[in-house]
Design a protein around this ligand. Structure first.
Ligand SMILES: O=C(O)CCC(=O)C(=O)O
Ligand SMILES: [Fe+2]
Length: 200
């Protein structure tokens, strides 16, 4: 059963946390199909942030979906979760079965090309609880993804392939940062689905 397959997966992190890379969990055809559905049917918006009173708009687009209209507050902005689309409901069930974890919301990212990425951060928002589990399901271009330990600064990187699943588990947000580095080599878009569990 899928639930137990994580026991045989190597831990991407050398210490202080667990990250499992499941590799491609979808065929090329399924991945293309999901990419197209998400690209066209998700309500993509440019991400906004307020830093030191200055208003920033990212090139990357985002969307926020969930079981109920959760409010997501970060970087000085508030977003309200939209109800799941049929494709997102399907993907949530598949990711839950694979990972053995239950999620109630998803932050989606659309990177149009390699120049768009995400800077070092951890998903440590209070509403996610003490030690959150966060996924990254990839459709489209494959991209490098990196982790950096908060105190030793040691880094680990891997490639997230089209149709692949990564699960950041215990310790991975508390003790490590992660980022999607920008690259000149990638010209095609990538969509990522970061399923999360909001503590109500
Ligand atoms: O695009 C990704 O794979 C990860 C994005 C991420 O770290 C986030 O949304 O918090
Ligand atoms: Fe993140």
């Amino acid at each position: 059963m899928d639930l137990f397959s994580q026991n045989s997966l190597p831990n991407i992190l050398p210490f202080d946390g667990t990250v499992h890379y499941y590799g491609k969990i979808f065929s090329q055809e399924q991945s293309t199909d999901y990419f197209d559905k998400l690209f066209h049917h998700i309500e993509w918006r440019h991400d906004e942030a307020v830093l030191y009173g200055k208003h920033y708009v990212t090139k990357r687009k985002v969307a926020w979906y969930g079981d109920s209209p959760f409010e997501y507050r970060y970087s000085g902005t508030t977003k309200q979760a939209l109800p799941w689309t049929p494709a997102l409901k399907e993907l949530k069930a598949i990711v839950e079965a694979k990972s053995g974890n239950i999620f109630n919301s998803c932050l989606l990212n659309l990177y149009h090309e390699g120049s768009e990425g995400m800077a070092w951060h951890s998903d440590g928002e209070k509403m996610l609880g003490d030690d959150p589990i966060v996924t990254s399901l990839t459709f489209g271009a494959e991209r490098k993804f990196s982790f950096k330990h908060k105190t030793t600064k040691q880094t680990v990187s891997l490639i997230l392939e089209n149709g692949s699943l990564l699960v950041m588990r215990e310790g991975s947000q508390k003790n490590w940062l992660h980022r999607l580095p920008p690259t000149k080599k990638v010209t095609r878009p990538r969509i990522s689905l970061t399923f999360r569990r909001i503590i109500e």
